[in-house]
Design a protein. Sequence first.
Length: 228
Amino acid sequence: MTRYADIPKPIRSGIVVVDPDRGTPQRVIVLQFNPDTLERSIAPQSAGDSGDGGSGGKGSGDRNEALRLKGPAEETWKFTAEIDATDQLEIAAPDGIHPQLATLEMLVQPTTAQLRAASRLAQNGTIEISPIEMPLTLFTWGSKRVMPVRLTELSVNESAFDVNLNPIRASLSIGMKILTVSDLPAGHRGADLYMAHLAQKERLAAAARGGSLGALGLPGADVLSGRG
């Protein structure tokens, strides 16, 4: 007879906001439910992609760069997250799921303090005001996927409310871009975390069992040399 206590507790996916200088977590956002599906798009950064495919101009240069990469592939993730407090209204009161929604929305918003500081600089005649830098954001999907990201999409569909019109159920479409060493300055903590993420991919790829040429219907290595 299986006891419920023997069933391992599932690991949750989530987002960690990190101080890029100290590396300390400033906020941990645990998703209430793990998404059912993940949509991942990986676009290689090929060196020859910038030229046109026409016959005039850069034919030989494109041929020389056909197998070259300019940097890490650009990877984006999309998934749907659910927040539901309909079965725990006494916990959600008096704000419903406003706090959870606001926490996610602040990942793409500057704070009031940052906006006031920028306004003061403008009033003092500062000619050039640098864009506001946001904290380092990490997305985690188990221990094998911990990566620096920038949220590119946050769409909220609120579908249930309490008597005070506080939302108590919502579906969120979240899109994010994985930040690589091409996006971050050298020495940035996020760049180091991306390198660790890429090294994890290399270890997993090395653990995969290789196939055989025979399974592909190829008689031997000679056919790959162009002499077959």
